[in-house]
Design a protein around this ligand. Structure first.
Ligand SMILES: *Cc1c(COP(=O)(O)O)cnc(C)c1O
Length: 499
């Protein structure tokens, strides 16, 4: 416990290196030991941990860690996880863990309220957004598949595909789910996104109609509420209308953006989310829960039972009351499940929805501030509009800017259509800037003082900063910009020195 506290204090104060400066083989060698035959004293164990593990963590809670949409854990959540381990409850069903099961159902209902789904919707906590989406798409498939396929399998469909639709900015968990579910990755129809990286509803409808004409079975559309690359929110209301019209299951991947429903100021961004048949939402992404905490919500929990009905005699439930006979394994793929609800419960109880919503709003404002710093800097270029808490940009020395030409926040579609030599010139210049930014990213990550990740936007390499950390202040953003520019200049001069 003391170690947890001192680690957290170090993270909060920004005292740790964000990323270790050690090659993988050296790290492996350092940990390598034969299977321990005799136990150690707690003091020795702790000493080994401090020596062989602590210096080699990536500190995602550092105020200057902007790498991923992964908020640092609230202390209440950390304490809850420790308690959950001590209690060691197995949340398969009410019978195995009565109090914790009721607590999870309550917590899931609180999360439902954040999304605006109607009362009576329900679901369960998962390891994360990927599992939530896998569960949701299993249900969508079971509900929308022609009669007999839940038992007989998709082979009964012959050459016909059960197709689903999403934008080109969709998270990889969607094609992966299609792969795991045997739908085939080809069944995921990628609909182009618009200039703001949002799914284009007209293109969606065209794709659905084309597949119908070809004899396929369109069954589902996956919209994003906060895409992984740029944080864009798809036009959920328009997509919901089309989903109803074409009888498609609407799954909304709100793994990252869902918690914005807590901020009164930003709730309107999610309008239409309440129309979904299922939603994925990760408390470990932007609700300050320690990993792992995802959630899947079903508009009609009874639909889930169509997908998760297979069971063994040992799981027979003899209780008949509505609450006593409740089983999470009828709503998702897992049987044994950890008491994840405790940390989400503790976080919401300890901080309160109001304070959490305010903090989310502050992080949204930080993203806007960073975008402004980028736009006001002659050597930086914003590569996507800031829709939520993600800022995508690149370093662009003045000389390269003349070649690559763009000063476009939103890449101009026309410029992508071939314009002969002009276009080739731009592509070549872009390739140089891409390489420069790749080197820059690696140098920053290795430096261990700030941490960014990357995105590929319309073929351009972008530095990606995610603002999901309650420890981040404006000064951290100013330092980030300084570090990027300093590293960019260093690389540019080094390059010129070589040629
Ligand atoms: C992170 C993320 C996921 C996947 O969630 P995991 O918890 O990593 O499984 C899915 N969709 C979006 C938009 C995400 O940001």
């Amino acid at each position: 416990m003391r170690l947890a506290r001192s680690w957290t204090r170090g993270a909060a104060a920004g005292r740790h290196r964000i990323f270790p400066d050690l090659a993988g083989v050296n790290l492996a060698r350092r940990l390598a030991q034969p299977l321990p035959q005799r136990g150690l004293t707690p003091a020795r164990l702790l000493a080994e941990l401090k020596r062989d593990l602590l210096p080699f963590l990536r500190d995602s809670g550092h105020p200057a860690f902007f790498g991923y949409v992964m908020s640092p854990p609230s202390g209440a959540g950390v304490a809850a996880d420790l308690l959950a381990s001590a209690f060691d409850q197995n949340l398969t069903a009410w019978r195995s863990a009565p109090g914790p099961t009721e607590m999870e159902r309550l917590v899931v209902d609180w999360l439902r309220q954040i999304t605006g789904l109607p009362e009576g919707s329900g679901g369960l906590l998962t390891s994360g957004g990927s599992m939530a989406t896998l569960a949701a798409l299993s249900v969508a498939r079971a509900v929308k598949a022609p009669a007999g396929t839940v038992r007989g399998g998709l082979g009964l469909l012959g050459d016909r595909l059960m197709t689903l639709y999403s934008s080109d900015e969709v998270h990889m968990s969607v094609p992966r789910a299609a792969q795991i579910l045997g739908l085939g990755t080809a069944a995921v129809r990628i609909v182009p996104s618009d200039a703001r990286f949002r799914l284009d509803p007209a293109a969606l409808e065209d794709a659905v109609l084309a597949d119908r004409r070809a004899g396929h079975l369109p069954f589902c559309v996956v919209a994003s509420a906060g895409t992984v690359n740029t944080g864009a929110v798809d036009p959920l209301e328009a997509i919901a209308r089309l989903a109803r019209k074409h009888r498609l299951w609407l799954h909304v991947d709100a793994a990252y953006g869902g918690p914005l429903g807590l901020s009164a100021l930003h709730r309107p961004l999610l309008r239409g989310l309440e129309e979904a048949d299922s939603v994925a939402l990760d408390p470990h992404k932007w609700l300050y829960a320690p990993l792992d905490a995802g959630c899947v919500l079903y508009r009609d929990p009874a639909t889930a039972r169509a997908a998760f009905s297979a069971r063994g005699e040992y799981a027979q439930i003899f209780e008949t009351g509505e609450r006593e006979s409740f089983a999470f394994f009828e709503h998702g793929p897992e049987l044994s499940r950890r008491f994840r609800a405790l940390k989400v419960w503790m976080i919401l109880k300890y901080h309160g929805a109001e304070r959490l919503g305010q903090r989310l709003a502050e992080e949204m404002a930080l993203a806007t501030h960073l975008a402004r710093l980028v736009q006001n800097h002659a050597e930086l270029e914003l590569l996507a509009p800031v829709e939520t808490g993600i800022v995508c940009f690149r370093y662009m020395p003045a000389a390269a800017r003349r070649g690559a030409g763009s000063r476009a926040v939103v890449p101009d579609e026309r410029r992508r259509g071939g314009r002969g030599g002009d276009d080739r010139g731009r592509r070549a210049a872009d390739a140089i800037v891409d390489r420069l930014n790749q080197d820059l990213l690696l140098a920053l990550q290795r430096g261990g003082r700030v941490y960014l990740s990357n995105a590929l936007l319309r073929g351009r390499f972008a530095l990606r900063a995610c603002l999901v950390n309650f420890r981040t202040r404006r000064t951290d953003l100013e330092r980030l910009v300084q570090e990027v520019v300093r590293e960019g200049r260093r690389l540019t001069t080094a390059d010129r020195g070589r040629s």
